[in-house]
Write a protein that binds this ligand. Structure first.
Ligand SMILES: NC(=O)c1ccc[n+]([C@@H]2O[C@H](COP(=O)([O-])OP(=O)(O)OC[C@H]3O[C@@H](n4cnc5c(N)ncnc54)[C@H](O)[C@@H]3O)[C@@H](O)[C@H]2O)c1
Length: 344
């Protein structure tokens, strides 16, 4: 399966099938971490046909998605004399993909990079669309660039080694896309298991198509691309309050989706039954759907720390029936707090 991503200045293909030969007539550097390389580096290297291939290994973890690691990758690129025609290959989850893409965007003013995502979250979301970046002490993904990959290769077999929780975290992003963009897909998800490989491939293709469509309309997130942040306004507060230790990102998204749905319900955009259906689907994949809020006031205030809150207005992405969305920045505090108080 192939999905074309067509943007103003660049087009590329996302391959969703068995990894084939990758022929590159340049020097390449594979960027990965020890966890992923232990499972999949050998397979990837056996597929690469390049002038020269080096491997850059960085520590595993979101806490290493920072300037120090970027600097280390840059230094390895210089030491190994990568030039402006060289290509970086990201082999890993969203952390490796975001960081490798960012390095590609700045190395000698920008070189090409290829994504080989190995988590479900990265295959359905992070590897497509060109958002790259790192974290700093002020927050997550605050430093970065829009830099599109040359090609993306999604090999579903790589997902077989993924821990169960990581797999489910990716499913949360799949459900996110179905609820906001595609009712038929949502109903298909209700009736088909993603633990079946063919189904998983179908779901990945569907998500990549949704993302391709969104990104082609709004590459720089000035409008509709924000819909991909459904659930994330709440999720970021939960991640902050729990210091990024209790939940994986997709798990916090799952709770955020439930909260956003209840808010949509309060505004008459989403029925009780729809709230229930989405919650059931999340729970089918053992995703959390409840978070105990200690103080509604401080949870509410934390919305303003989000980089997407602008001019003292909080932007909520809400579902409008299953398969449609509404972007709102006019919801009064009382309504929001009323929904939050259901989690006390
Ligand atoms: N650029 C975007 O558009 C975008 C979108 C969503 C998320 N993100 C970013 O993605 C990151 C989260 O990505 P993630 O959820 O993939 O986390 P991750 O990259 O940290 O991977 C999760 C864990 O799984 C391990 N792993 C990866 N592939 C594996 C495999 N096949 N088998 C066994 N273990 C494997 C990793 O080493 C890691 O320990 C965040 O930094 C987030 O900001 C970016």
């Amino acid at each position: 399966m192939k999905v074309n991503i067509n943007l103003d200045k660049k087009s590329y293909i996302v391959h969703i099938d068995e990894l084939k030969k990758i022929e590159l007539k340049t020097k390449v550097a594979v960027v990965t971490n020890p966890t992923v390389s232990a499972f999949h580096l050998k397979t990837l290297l056996s597929k690469i046909d390049a002038l020269e291939c080096i491997v850059i290994t960085v520590p595993d973890g979101e806490e290493y998605k920072n300037f120090d690691t970027v600097n280390y990758i840059l230094e390895e690129c210089f030491t190994n004399r990568l030039d402006r025609k060289s290509i970086l290959i990201a082999l890993g989850g969203g952390v490796i993909g975001d960081m490798t893409g960012f390095v590609a965007s700045i190395y000698q003013r920008g070189i090409e990079f290829i994504q080989v995502p190995t988590t479900l979250l990265a295959q359905v979301d992070a590897s497509v669309g060109g958002k790259t970046g790192i974290n700093n002490k002020f927050g997550k993904n605050l430093v970065g660039a829009f830099w599109q990959p040359k090609t993306v290769y999604c090999e579903t077999k790589f997902l077989k080694t993924l821990p169960k929780r990581e797999f489910s975290a990716g499913v949360a992003e799949i459900i996110k896309m179905a609820v906001t963009f595609d009712k038929e897909f949502f109903e298909w998800l209700e009736n088909n298991s993603l633990h079946v490989e063919e189904n998983l491939q179908i779901a990945i293709e569907k998500c990549v198509k949704i993302k391709a469509n969104v990104v082609s309309k709004d590459e720089l997130e000035e409008g509709i691309r924000a819909v991909l942040n459904y659930g994330h306004t709440f999720c970021h507060v939960i991640e902050n309050e729990t210091k990024y230790t209790k939940y994986l990102h997709g798990e916090a998204v799952s709770i955020g989706i439930v909260m956003a749905n209840l808010l949509a319900n309060k505004l008459g955009l989403f029925s009780e039954k729809e709230c229930q259906k989405v919650k059931m689907l999340l729970e089918k994949y053992d995703l959390p759907t409840y978070y105990k809020i200690n103080s509604v006031e401080s949870f509410y205030e934390a919305f303003f720390l989000d980089k997407k809150s602008f001019n003292k207005k909080i932007k909520f992405i809400l579902p409008k029936g299953i398969g449609n969305f509404s972007i709102r920045n006019d919801i009064d505090k009382k309504t929001v707090c009323n929904v939050l108080s259901r989690f006390l």
